[in-house]
Ligand binder design. Structure first.
Ligand code: SF4
Length: 264
């Protein structure tokens, strides 16, 4: 972030979620900033909505089964929006060299395994296609990826090594069904907690609007390379307030859709 971007303006944002209104304070840079600056703010909005969902679940005496050390869902394909891919690259580049090298090696091992399984080309295509995949094709790709049970390159001793910086798709995976069922997320009747604001969708739509492209779905093991290939785009800047307005527009659209549909 540039020196001009260090001054912030504080906003109180209230969202009407399916569980009622939630309010959160956000500090928004007043200067021109890259799109990565809006990522933590969008995640904060998603977390506030998720907190309300958790509170309702607790009130209904339905326990959440997810615990530290259980990483069954870290074998799924985790899609990142472009802003989150850039944010992940920024985070990894800021790590000490030994950590960076370790993650780079694991990512290479993962992409090698994906290539050997015949999935790598389809994942590269997914990250770069100008057309969204059909639901059927996306479902087939998700299933084929999950069938490999490849651990995420950032999973260490069954714990996330970038927990505070993990992608929003990872934050939105909480279940109320017994943890054993997560050993086969495809065939077992797993009950996920409803998600009223999918932050990766919000950020994907934001990037699509800013760049006049379709929303990107970048599989996590490819995210650093994809971000490197799009380094020039990641350097573009916008006013912090403009980015927030655009994010809120998408959040409100998704929330009104969820409440209109009676589902989230
Ligand atoms: S980033 Fe962390 S939470 Fe997400 S899949 Fe990888 S290890 Fe799991």
């Amino acid at each position: 972030m540039t020196a001009a971007a260090t001054s912030v303006e504080r906003y109180e944002i209230t969202l009407n979620t399916p569980r009622g209104p939630v309010t959160t304070a956000l500090e928004v840079p007043t200067g021109f900033v890259p799109v990565t600056s809006i990522v933590p703010l969008a995640r904060r909005l998603g977390e506030r909505a998720a907190e309300e969902e958790l509170r309702a679940t607790e009130q209904a005496a339905v326990p959440i089964s997810c615990r530290a050390g259980c990483a069954a869902c870290c074998r799924m394909m985790i899609p990142l929006s472009a802003p989150e891919a850039f944010a992940l690259k920024e985070y990894v580049n800021g790590l000490p060299g030994t950590d960076r090298d370790r993650f780079t090696r694991r990512i290479e091992e993962t992409t090698t395994a994906l290539r050997q399984a015949g999935l790598l080309d389809a994942l590269i295509e997914l990250a770069n296609t100008p057309k969204p995949l059909s639901d059927a094709d996306m479902d087939a790709l998700n299933r084929a990826y999950y069938a490999l049970r490849l651990p995420c390159p950032f999973l260490e001793e069954e714990r996330c090594s970038l927990y505070e910086h993990r992608p929003s798709a990872c934050r939105e995976l909480l279940v109320t069904s017994p943890a054993e069922l997560c050993q086969d997320l495809v065939h077992n009747p797993v009950e996920p907690l409803p998600v009223s604001i999918r932050v990766s969708t919000v950020l994907g739509l934001l990037w699509a609007e800013l760049t006049d492209h379709v929303p990107r779905l970048i599989p996590l093991p490819l995210a650093l390379e994809w971000a490197e290939q799009h380094d020039q785009e990641s350097r573009r800047v916008w006013k912090g307030g403009e980015l927030l307005d655009r994010v809120l527009d998408k959040v409100w659209r998704l929330l009104s859709q969820a409440m209109g549909d009676g589902k989230c």
